[in-house]
Structures are given as C-alpha cells and as structure tokens.
Design a binder for this molecule. Structure first.
Ligand code: HAX
Length: 432
C-alpha cells in the first residue's frame, strides 16, 4: 500500500471506531433545529453533513484542517517562488498532517505517473464544436472517464462495504492527476488552434498545469500554485461539493460524482461567477469608455446593474460575513507582483465602492467580495484572457478537497444521502 493510502487507512480506522462508539452512546442527541425560513431559503446554516477536510467560519473564513490560508502559506512545503504546493494541501486535507517536502515530492511523482488521459476522452473533446463552453467540455470529459473507474470495476466484481474507500482513493488520485491535462487540452483547442503543449515531467502539479496552458513565467507558476490551493475546498455545503457528495453517496463512481459537482460549479451564482466578474468589469470599462474609471463612475455603473435586477458578480456569500480570505490572498499576491496593473487597480476600486452600496440595500447578508472577485484580473495579466475558461481552473482545484472528503465519506461508511422534503400544503397544515 502506498504511504499516503496507508496513513489514510490508519486515520480512517481510528476515527471510524470513535464515531461508531459515539453514535451508539449519543446517537439521538440533537445538534440543530430547522426554521421555516431555512426550509424555503436553501437550507442556509442547517447542519446535516459530515465533511472532514475543511470548515467555514462566517467571520474568519475557511480553515483547512484548522489552518487558515495565511498559515498554509507559511507552513506547507513551497514551490520555487514561495507559494504553497497544492500537493501539500491535498495531503493535509486527506490525513490531517502537514507533509514534509519529501512526502510532497512523492505525491507530485504519483500524480505525474497517473496523469495519462485516455485517448478516447481527448478524441471525444475534439468531436465537440470548438465554441462549446469550456465547462461543458470539462464535465463531458470527466464523465467520459467513468468507464476507467477502479471503484466501479471492483464494485462490479463484488466489493465489501468496508473496502469502498480503497478503490475510491485510487480513482481520486487518478482524477486529480489527469484534470490539469484535460483542462489544458480544452484551453489549447478552444483558444489556441489545437496547438497543445507537452507536459514537463520536471514540474510540480500546478506549475506543469501553468506550463501546459502556455505561460512559463515562474510568477505564473506560483499564481497557479496559490490559485489551486485556495480554490480547493470550502467545506461541504457549497453546491459543487454537496452535489459531488450526494452523487457519490449513491456509490455512483467518482468520475460521475465529480462531473455532477462540476455541473453545479458551472452556475453563475457559484463557480461561473469568476467569468461573470471579468465580463462585468470589461463591460463597465467599455460603457464608461475608460480604463481608469473614477469611484463615482463605478458607483453609477453598480447602481445601473442593480436597477436592472441583476446581482454584482463576485460579491456576497451564503456563509461568509467578511471579505473572503481567498480574495485577500489574491490581493496580497497582486500587491506583491502586479500592483501597477490597471485591471487589478479597477478590481481594488470596485472593492472600495461596492460594499457600502450593497450594504445600503438593506437585504444583502454579506456585502463583501468573494473568491471570484479577484481571480480574473490576475489571469488576464498572465495572458489567460478567455474568461469562459476561468471556471475550469476552479474545477481543477476543487477536486483536491472534494475528492479527499469523499475518500472520508466512503471510509466512514456514510450512507446514501436522503433528507426529508415536505410540501407547501404540509407547511400550511402545520403553521398556516
Ligand atoms: N448583488 C446584488 N444583490 C445581491 C448580491 C449581490 N452580489 N448578493 C446577494 N444579493 C441579494 C440576493 O439576490 C437576495 O435578493 P432577493 O431577496 O431580492 O432575492 C438578497 O440579497 C439576500 O441574499 P443573501 O442572503 O445575501 O445571499 P444568498 O445566500 O441568497 O446568495 C450568493 C449568496 C453568493 C448566491 C449571492 O450573494 C450572489 O448572487 N452573489 C453574486 C454571485 C456570486 O458572486 N457568486 C459566487 C459566490 C461564491 C462562490 O460560490 N464561488 O464559487
């Protein structure tokens, strides 16, 4: 058994035994109540799922196994430019321990060894019209690999429930290893005439992804390391994670589960917001006919957007009640590497203008920027100008957390997810 799998197995056995004992003793203890507002309001705040890899505090932001993003930037093994290696975060999320450089190097090599995408998947991508939205190509490509699922094959042969976690881990590792290659393939065929760039075996997972996209600037390598670290997980309730969790709970194979999650990420209220932000900014600059709008001009444009009944993309959050630490991490990166970039400066000005306006509406629970408010400007600076691709980048990263969490779901033997629904008639009978 490989060293990461062995460590995961030991940790999972130990926690599994503790959970079993707790459920036996206190299984009927109440942890939450549900209000009518939550019933009709997207189940905000309802505690109904176990997710081991990260936890989101409304005021502090995301913590991965208890570590904040600034702590991860300090403690995880780093790439050449000083940003954390996403390999280290995956290790941390899976087994709860900060890995050594040697362990991270082992994981980079593992993913390299597992990275070959089936030829038929690439051919299938090539069958789609080149103007197919990159997220549609991404979802289709992921689903197409389902017939290579080790989990599905072993299940078919007759797999004991206590062993579900094992082939799930194999699929998770293979999927994560392949995603940058699939994403780069989609990018190069959609926007660079199908001129693909071979992988570089000397590079870590994120740097190789940057390389295959077509930019070998070491600072861009570092941006991709940071980007894929901070987008990796946001506890279990967000739509892409939750969808993956529900689909995987049916024992549908990990590729299909992740394709389902990516379909959820493709919505504009979720991951597609990174595309929408940059489109909104470019439209604003075009409408105002300037690259350096004043705060007053931005405010006027924000009011126009709201008057049309639209949301300001990149602002607001279902859980967070402060500026997203993932936004701040990207801002910090920009301050270090590209503070004079005009588009970055527009993003910062929007950050000054939007929150008080949203606050003034009196209904927006969180007027602050989320992760998607900053990423586009960074990507444009490094030549990734095609904003319809941005959610694919997010999707490559999100696999790290979601797949690690699903390894835990199988190891803990979590059952098929099946909450209770009620009709409005029932509601009125009870409360009308
Ligand atoms: N602009 C304008 N209005 C907003 C708003 C925004 N950015 N954010 C919330 N509101 C409005 C809601 O539309 C809602 O209005 P109605 O009562 O008229 O329907 C009201 O404020 C209350 O909503 P909320 O409780 O503050 O927010 P929700 O939990 O319902 O929704 C969203 C959270 C993220 C979906 C929401 O803030 C939004 O639509 N933001 C813009 C899109 C966006 O940036 N999405 C990405 C979020 C992060 C993420 O998942 N990334 O992948």
């Amino acid at each position: 058994m490989d060293p990461l799998k062995q460590l995961f197995y030991e940790k999972a056995q130990a926690l599994g035994a503790e959970v079993k004992a707790l459920l036996k003793e206190k299984g009927t203890a109440k942890i939450d109540e549900v209000s009518l507002k939550q019933l009709y309001g997207g189940a905000r705040g309802v505690k109904m799922m176990v997710w081991e890899t990260s936890s989101l505090d409304p005021h502090e932001g995301i913590r991965f196994r208890g570590y904040s993003i600034p702590q991860l930037r300090e403690l995880l093994p780093k790439g050449s430019g000083g940003e954390p290696l996403p390999e280290g975060l995956f290790w941390l999320m899976l087994v709860g321990e900060i890995p050594s450089q040697e362990q991270v190097d082992w994981l980079s090599a593992q993913w390299r060894a597992r990275s070959e995408v089936p030829a038929y998947t690439l051919q299938m991508i090539d069958m789609l019209p080149t103007d197919t939205h990159p997220m549609v190509q991404f979802v289709t490509a992921i689903a197409s690999m389902a017939n290579q699922s080790v989990f599905a094959q072993r299940y078919d042969e007759g797999l004991a429930k206590t062993s579900y976690w094992d082939p799930f881990y194999e699929d998770a590792m293979n999927l994560i290893a392949r995603l940058p290659h699939i994403a780069a393939y989609i990018y190069r065929r959609s926007f660079h005439g199908g001129k693909h760039i071979p992988s570089d075996a000397s590079l870590d997972w994120a740097a190789n992804f940057a390389h295959m996209l077509g930019n070998d600037d070491p600072v861009f390598y570092d941006l991709m390391r940071l980007y894929t670290t901070i987008h990796s997980d946001h506890e279990g309730g967000n739509a892409s994670a939750h969808t993956t969790h529900v689909v995987a709970s049916t024992l549908s194979n990990p590729y299909l589960a992740y394709a389902g999650g990516m379909a959820a990420l493709a919505g504009p209220l979720h991951g597609l917001a990174n595309q929408e932000v940059i489109k909104w900014i470019f439209h604003m600059l075009e409408t105002l006919d300037t690259q350096t709008p004043t705060k007053e001009q931005i405010a006027e444009y924000v009011h126009e957007t709201l008057a049309k009944g639209q949301v300001i993309p990149g602002y607001g959050h279902a859980v967070l009640r402060r500026p997203d630490p993932r936004f701040l991490a990207q801002k910090h990166f920009a301050e270090t590497h590209l503070k004079d970039d005009p588009l970055v400066q527009v993003v910062w000005k929007v950050f000054e203008v939007v929150p008080p306006i949203l606050q003034g509406l009196g209904k927006v629970a969180n007027p602050w920027p989320n992760v998607d408010a900053h990423s586009g400007a960074l990507l444009v600076h490094y030549g990734i100008t095609e904003c319809s691709f941005y959610t694919v980048l997010f999707g490559v990263s999100r696999a790290l957390g979601v797949m690690a969490a699903q390894c835990w779901a199988r190891a803990l033997g979590l059952p098929i997810e099946r909450p209770k629904s009620v009709t409005s008639q029932w509601v009125f009978e009870q409360f009308g």
